[in-house]
Design a protein around this ligand. Structure first.
Ligand SMILES: C[S@@+](CC[C@H](N)C(=O)[O-])C[C@H]1O[C@@H](n2cnc3c(N)ncnc32)[C@H](O)[C@@H]1O
Length: 270
């Protein structure tokens, strides 16, 4: 194994710590166990080698391990589904700080792997959640995760675009929508640009196309005390502000992530 670690350091240009973490993740073992079997009898060298080459070609590690930790739970992930990010974990805390009462009826738009819907269902045990996505692959992945967490009776999955076909009102509408400006997609790291679904990234000109559509339709699906919680791109905050200031039906606040960047928008209808 020491050889494999050394080769991984060289091939991926990472230090020993990172190489050990990567190998442990690929083998599905705790890091301290990777040296346990000195003879490496049980190691599938061919598979490990193939995966290291895939990593070298910028395929995201999460698509190889097919698993991601989100807050205090694990979820399955697969190519074609957006890999949940740490910023999105913190959106749950922002929502918790902003709501006055636990939401009973929640809508998660663009659920991807289902992380936000699952995190909210775990946090608010009396809530019922509708989780939507346009992507077949995302819906299939979310279904698997919802089943793993035994939340089928509380989270309903709907394949649709935004609010299409939905009825009723929601106490909380949450979304981590595609928000990268189309013109910036080409400059994203290759691991994102070439491997994550464009549908999950492309926010159109200025990155606010989907956000604009959510905010313009949301009033038909909310009541006086409903909250809309969105993850946003900190590079597009001034565009967001202009858009929100022009809409007199909305009041909003922007919130920072743990790195001090404006990454969340909480809006209500006035
Ligand atoms: C940035 S990903 C977020 C996924 C997940 N909520 C998360 O935080 O990991 C955006 C998701 O929105 C979905 N999406 C894009 N356009 C949509 C639309 N018009 N209606 C519903 N979902 C959409 C994509 O398929 C993708 O799964």
């Amino acid at each position: 194994m020491r050889d494999t670690v050394a080769r991984t350091c060289k091939a991926l240009r990472v230090n020993r710590d990172s190489a050990e973490l990567i190998i442990a993740a690929l083998l599905g073992k705790p890091r301290h166990e990777i040296y346990a079997d000195e003879t490496n009898e049980n190691l599938d060298h061919g598979l490990l080698h193939a995966r290291l080459i895939q990593l070298k070609n910028d395929i995201p590690l999460e698509y190889l391990t097919k698993s991601v930790q989100f807050r205090d739970f694990d979820i399955s992930i697969e190519p074609g589904v957006f890999i949940p990010r740490v910023e999105t974990e913190y959106l749950i805390d922002v929502i918790a700080d902003e709501i006055t009462e636990p939401p009973r009826c929640v809508l998660d738009i663009g659920t991807g792997s289902g992380v936000l819907a699952i995190a909210l269902a775990r946090r608010y045990p009396d809530s019922r959640i509708t989780a939507t996505d346009v992507s077949h692959t995302a819906i299939r992945c979310a279904r698997k995760n919802i089943r793993t967490h035994r939340l089928e009776s509380r989270i309903e999955l709907v394949r649709c675009s935004l609010f299409d076909g939905l009825i009723g009102t929601f106490d909380l509408i949450v979304s981590n929508p595609p928000y990268i400006p189309s013109e910036r997609l080409g400059s994203l790291p290759r691991s994102v640009r070439d491997y994550e679904p464009r549908l999950a990234l492309d926010g159109g000109p200025h990155g606010i196309r989907v956000i604009q559509r959510i905010l313009s339709q949301a009033k038909h699906y909310t009541h006086e005390t409903s909250l809309i919680a969105l993850e946003i791109d900190d590079n597009e905050v001034s565009t967001m502000r202009d858009m929100l200031e022009n809409d007199r039906t909305l009041s909003y606040s922007l919130h920072k992530d743990l790195f001090g960047r404006n990454r969340y928008c909480i809006a209500t209808f006035t």
